[in-house]
Design a protein around this ligand. Structure first.
Ligand code: SAM
Length: 216
């Protein structure tokens, strides 16, 4: 079966499960070739709804988790987005399709090998509105702040204060809190008031760095 057909089947599955709820997220999934973002040896598993190893002890998130996070963030065209934890670049690629050419995704990754992997994959997919940067994302990325949306793809001990500071008024921040087994927290900032909602349990590799866990 072709990758395109497998992609369509996965999208149907994610819709049936209630993970993909909106047309814009469905369209972004259909336009993003996950097979470009996994190691060659795992390409046949690119459309299985599971995380996959991408090297350096890290994983590309499961498609259902990418869908849940895209829907929860309520993404729109032209938005400026910050992602912490680029990994393979897949999640950033999906988000880039939703924010469109006039929007931009900045993604920070702490592991140099994965920075190179994500950059290569983004280029292969012909995506121009994603910038992958090497660094400690627990401190955010002040250079391009403030952001309409910030999301973290690894589990933090707590919400790093710089991420709240770098969020626009009326912005949304999505972050797994815990260690491996964690809870997905949505933070909304409105006129300097902060509201948080627990969206439920999830599993992520740990966020390291200044405001992260101190070891793997
Ligand atoms: N979004 C990715 C994708 O689509 O492939 C999956 C990301 S993976 C689950 C989490 C990533 O967060 C790992 O690549 C890990 O190296 C990275 N990470 C952990 N702590 C970090 C930090 N302080 N700054 C930046 N990246 C970090």
């Amino acid at each position: 079966m072709s990758f395109e057909k497998k992609r369509k089947q996965l999208v149907e599955h994610l819709k049936k499960e209630g993970r993909i709820k909106t047309e814009k997220v469905e369209k972004a999934f259909l336009e993003t070739p996950r097979e470009f973002f996994v190691p060659d040896t795992l390409k046949n598993y690119a459309y299985v709804d599971t995380p996959l190893e991408i090297g350096m002890g890290q994983t590309i998130s499961a498609p259902h988790m990418v869908a849940i996070m895209c829907e929860a963030l309520d993404l729109h065209e032209k938005q400026r987005i910050l992602e912490i934890g680029a990994g393979s670049g897949y999640h950033a690629a999906v988000v880039s399709k939703i924010v469109g050419e006039k929007g931009h995704v900045y993604s920070i990754e702490r592991i140099k090998e994965l920075v190179d992997f994500a950059k290569e994959n983004i280029e292969k997919a012909g995506i121009k509105n994603v910038t992958i940067i090497e660094g400690d994302g627990s401190e955010g990325l002040p250079e391009y702040a403030p952001y309409d949306r910030i999301y973290v793809t690894c589990a933090a001990p707590d919400i790093p204060p710089p991420l709240i500071e770098q969020l626009k008024n009326s912005g949304k921040l999505l972050i797994p809190i815990g260690r491996t087994i964690c809870e997905l927290i949505l933070l909304e900032k409105k006129d300097d008031k902060i509201k948080t909602t627990n969206l439920g349990g999830c599993a992520f590799v740990p966020l390291l760095g200044k405001y992260g866990h101190q070891s793997l």
